[in-house]
Design a protein around this ligand. Structure first.
Ligand SMILES: C[S@@+](CC[C@H](N)C(=O)[O-])C[C@H]1O[C@@H](n2cnc3c(N)ncnc32)[C@H](O)[C@@H]1O
Length: 281
């Protein structure tokens, strides 16, 4: 990993440590306007889940709902990449039931602390949150039935490594369902904008690159099932809200992002590991 990649990762971790502190105080969050707690999650496609897991939902930083059509079954093992404050972990735990297992991996201590607190309050003992990188998952080969992730892989400076890790940890035939941001034709000033990177915009690759990366990692049956293209108001709201949640005054900056209208979108992408591929000896 290069020094620049390490710095990017630190900057993202610092931004989300600040964001979870702000969210705990009731302000806005990633991928949505600065609105009352839980509204961001509602915009991202959660409805019933918000009633069941109010507190974790209020600290959701997602851009979609990767579990909505995931078909997760009782007794299965689910891994959430970049599990944040644990909203999707709790929803996954509802789906797999007491016989199943849910693991979250996140690199930000403040997020992990809040997630563990939310899990404890919900009284779940089949969810484990591990500290680690999604590029180097602290998870055994071929050990999970599902990989889910919500608005995280765009933040990785090493996306090919993440895609390979998804392939490594999935059991043969195992599936993934990921919500994430993709973008095309971003101007250089956006690509170089540190806070726009943490705001899930500047690090996003195109849908074609995303699909090609998953395919190159050996994953198959890749399908994009949902696309939400952000208009000027939404993209400005997203950046403005994120800058605020990172503790940065967005005045005079967020409006500039209006030129990204139509170039940034949230997608849900799914696929699987081929059933006949056993873990490497
Ligand atoms: C936009 S938030 C999404 C959190 C959660 N998935 C949700 O929907 O609320 C991004 C999360 O990914 C974590 N993250 C970002 N890059 C990561 C990496 N390379 N390894 C592990 N965690 C990472 C951050 O700490 C943060 O909790």
């Amino acid at each position: 990993m290069s020094q620049a990649e390490q710095e990017t990762r630190k900057q993202v971790a610092d931004a989300y440590a600040a964001a979870i502190r702000q969210a705990q105080q009731g302000s806005g969050s990633c991928c949505g306007p600065a609105t009352p707690a839980g509204t961001v999650a509602k915009l991202a496609g959660y409805e019933a889940e918000l009633d069941t897991h109010k507190e974790a939902g209020a600290s959701s930083f997602g851009c979609g709902n990767p579990l909505a059509f995931a078909g997760v079954e009782k007794g299965q093992a689910v891994l959430d990449l970049g599990s944040g404050a644990g909203f999707d972990l709790l929803i996954a735990a509802d789906k797999v039931g007491a016989q199943g297992k849910v693991i979250g991996v996140d690199m930000t201590d403040a997020m992990i602390e809040v997630a563990r607190d939310n899990i404890r309050k919900a009284g779940r003992d089949n969810i484990e949150v591990r500290k680690g990188l999604i590029e180097e998952l602290p998870v055994e080969d071929g050990s999970v039935d599902w990989v889910i992730s919500n608005c995280v892989i765009n933040l990785s400076p090493e996306k090919e490594r993440v895609f390979k890790e998804i392939e490594r940890v999935l059991a043969p035939g195992g599936r993934f369902s990921v919500s994430d941001i993709v973008a095309h034709d971003l101007p250089p000033w956006v690509r170089e904008h540190a806070q726009a990177y943490s705001a899930c915009v500047a690090g996003a690759v195109s849908e074609e690159e995303y699909v090609a990366g998953l395919r190159a990692a050996g994953l198959v049956e890749i399908e994009v099932s949902e696309r939400i293209v952000y208009d000027a108001d939404q993209i400005c709201g997203l950046v403005e809200s994120d800058l605020r949640s990172f503790g940065i005054d967005p005045t005079d900056v967020a409006g500039a992002f209006a030129e990204l209208a139509g170039k940034v979108q949230s997608i849900r992408i799914s696929g699987r590991k081929p059933p006949d591929r056993a873990p490497e000896p």
